[in-house]
Design a protein around this ligand. Structure first.
Ligand SMILES: CC(C)(COP(=O)(O)OP(=O)(O)OC[C@H]1O[C@@H](n2cnc3c(N)ncnc32)[C@H](O)[C@@H]1OP(=O)(O)O)[C@@H](O)C(=O)NCCC(=O)NCCS
Length: 218
């Protein structure tokens, strides 16, 4: 696990000292903006992840101790959050799990290993807090390095009963996730309403949305 304050492997001495800690409430807006900037046009024209993050912080799914930032001096360069979610088995028993994301690194700092170190920090914190499992939707090429596997390997499907490569799970205390099978339900904050997004966007400087050939599919 990276230390709360530890050196990154980046060569530029000006940004060598990246530290990791819990997000402060006064930094909520800044981290929502960071999320908007990082996700904009990456998966679709514009993005809604900054609104998701905003909604998470108002709901019971919010876990203050897993709302984390990476900081370079006074600049927040990365953010990740995990929320309370559940896997419901065939007997209707609910197993609490974590849902990871949104996860963002400021564009200028991407591709330098800071994201990986923030994710490792988050996983270590989640273990420390005694959580059993972390589930996310993301690019397998990236997340397999942290130990995430296709959720199908653990008998976990989406709430619709589906499995696909970007739907992944990681056992935190028990690597095989034994005893946790069923359908995964994330918090309702992830279902963003178009009108709500349009309204939320009004508090940000205008940004043009683009359709791009590199838009990633999750
Ligand atoms: C995804 C993200 C948080 C990773 O942070 P980062 O600091 O750039 O990542 P790292 O430097 O630790 O790792 C870089 C590696 O990840 C790969 N990578 C980065 N983003 C990726 C993505 N979305 N899909 C697949 N691979 C990705 C890079 O190609 C590089 O691969 P390599 O180590 O094999 O060369 C950051 O790129 C970001 O904010 N992206 C936009 C928002 C986003 O996609 N968030 C995650 C949604 S699931």
């Amino acid at each position: 696990m990276p230390n709360e304050s530890s050196k990154s492997n980046h060569q530029n001495p000006k940004i060598m000292e990246i530290s990791f800690r819990q997000t402060r409430e006064k930094e909520w807006k800044e981290t929502e903006n960071l999320t908007r900037e990082a996700f904009w046009d990456v998966y679709k024209p514009g993005c809604d992840e900054h609104l998701v993050l905003h909604l998470i912080r108002k709901r019971n799914c919010y876990i203050e101790a897993l709302d984390l930032v990476a900081v370079d001096g006074k600049i927040i360069i990365g953010h990740i959050i995990c929320t309370k979610a559940k896997v419901v088995d065939s007997m209707n028993s609910e197993h609490p799990v974590l849902c990871a994301g949104p996860f963002s690194i400021m564009k200028e700092y991407q591709g330098k290993g800071h994201g990986a170190r923030l994710m490792e920090y988050c996983i270590a914190k989640a273990k420390e807090l005694g959580h059993d499992a972390m589930i996310l939707f993301g690019n397998p090429d990236y997340y397999h390095r942290f130990g995430f596997r296709n959720a199908a390997e653990f008998g976990i499907t989406t709430k619709e009963g589906l499995n696909f490569d970007p739907f992944m799970a990681l056992g935190l205390l028990n690597a095989s996730l034994s005893g946790i099978t069923g359908k995964f339900y994330e918090d309702e904050s992830f279902s963003v309403d178009g009108a709500e997004l349009e309204d939320f966007e009004k508090q940000y400087p205008f940004k043009e949305k683009h359709v791009t050939s590199t838009q990633l599919k999750l």
